[in-house]
Design a protein around this ligand. Structure first.
Ligand SMILES: [Zn+2]
Length: 332
């Protein structure tokens, strides 16, 4: 059965020394320490070790072939969002990363679809780069973070960006990053295990309560990691909406449950009952295979969880292929 993986990350093999070029610290740099392996560094601080499947399209295609993944949707690694940088520098970083992804999707157009990254710290520049991504680079849309320098996506200054994405027919993938409370829970990998699911729920709630999904019904948004903690806490969220509308319903009077089935979620929940719950909640047409390839919190065998579920072939085909095409807005 053909599979599209909507949640995979890629990085150029070599990154410019942006910290030197821009004259301030905080940018990611790659140190190639041994064959097929590099250290992601943030200045002189070790962030993570990565392998060549993070940058080499041929290695990725070999691994995809092994797992029968026909197409990967490529997006940058969230640590590269660089929303904290000066806007013009954030734009330059985005352009560099987007040109890299576009080079791969143009060379291997039947194997990869691209999502760009945009400097959300400047909604105007984000719109400019969004246009370039879609109109010039042939990308399906963009990936953005769950917050922008701790500002929620419901902030009115971000609305023109979402409005433009809807107009352009660009899809948006929302990925948790800059996890709230990270500094209080570094131990046990809690920013990833606790912070990320909370961040994704923060983003979904912001998009709903801020009225973005209400005002832009044709905006195609997908959220990573099965929507994080949102699906399991929708009851609490709805109850809060009903009981304290003075706090919750101030920008959008519509019940949050009404938006279930109006956005997409990836399937990355690592648990069959949780995945079944997602299907029940969002509908079988709104869940897409997403694995977080090539990272360790991802699904090691792409699509295994879906394929092991007791679904008929048509349903599996929707989850592994058709739903992703709907979200991307193109037949792959
Ligand atoms: Zn990811």
């Amino acid at each position: 059965m053909k599979k599209i993986d909507i949640h995979t990350h890629i990085i150029p093999e070599h990154l410019p020394k942006w910290s030197e070029k821009f004259g301030y610290k905080g940018f990611v740099f790659l140190e190639h320490v041994k064959p097929c392996c590099a250290n992601m560094m943030v200045d002189d601080k070790f962030f993570r070790e990565i392998q060549d499947n993070c940058w080499d399209p041929q290695v990725r295609m070999n691994e995809c072939d092994h797992h029968e993944v026909a197409v990967q949707v490529l997006s940058t690694i969230p640590v590269l969002f660089s929303y904290w940088a000066q806007p013009k520098d954030g734009l330059e970083v985005s352009q560099f990363l987007n040109d890299h992804i576009a080079g791969i999707t143009q060379k291997y157009s039947n194997r990869f679809v691209g999502l760009g990254t945009v400097p959300m710290q400047s909604p105007d520049l984000a719109i400019t780069e969004l246009h370039r991504c879609v109109k010039q680079l042939g990308m399906a849309g963009v990936q953005i973070g769950s917050n922008v320098n701790q500002e929620n996506l419901s902030e009115s200054k971000f609305f023109p960006f979402f409005n433009e994405a809807e107009k352009l027919g660009a899809c948006i993938f929302i990925h948790p990053w800059e996890m709230i409370g990270r500094q209080y829970m570094e131990k046990y990998w809690l920013p990833w295990l606790v912070g990320m699911p909370a961040e994704t729920s923060r983003a979904i709630c912001s998009m709903i309560f801020g009225g973005i999904l209400e005002r832009l019904p044709n905006l195609r948004v997908a959220f990573a990691h099965g929507g994080g903690s949102f699906p399991f806490t929708i009851g609490r969220i709805e109850h809060g909406f009903n009981e304290r509308p003075d706090l919750v319903a101030i920008d959008n009077p519509v019940n949050p449950r009404n938006y279930l089935g109006k956005f997409w979620l990836d399937s990355l929940v690592h648990d069959a009952k949780a995945l079944q719950f997602l299907f029940d909640l969002a509908g079988i047409k709104k869940v897409c295979l997403g694995t977080d390839y090539p990272f360790p919190l991802g699904e090691t065998v792409p699509g295994k969880l879906i394929e092991e579920m007791n679904f008929d072939e048509e349903t599996k085909n929707n989850l592994l292929w058709n739903n992703a095409c709907e979200w991307l807005g193109r037949m792959v």
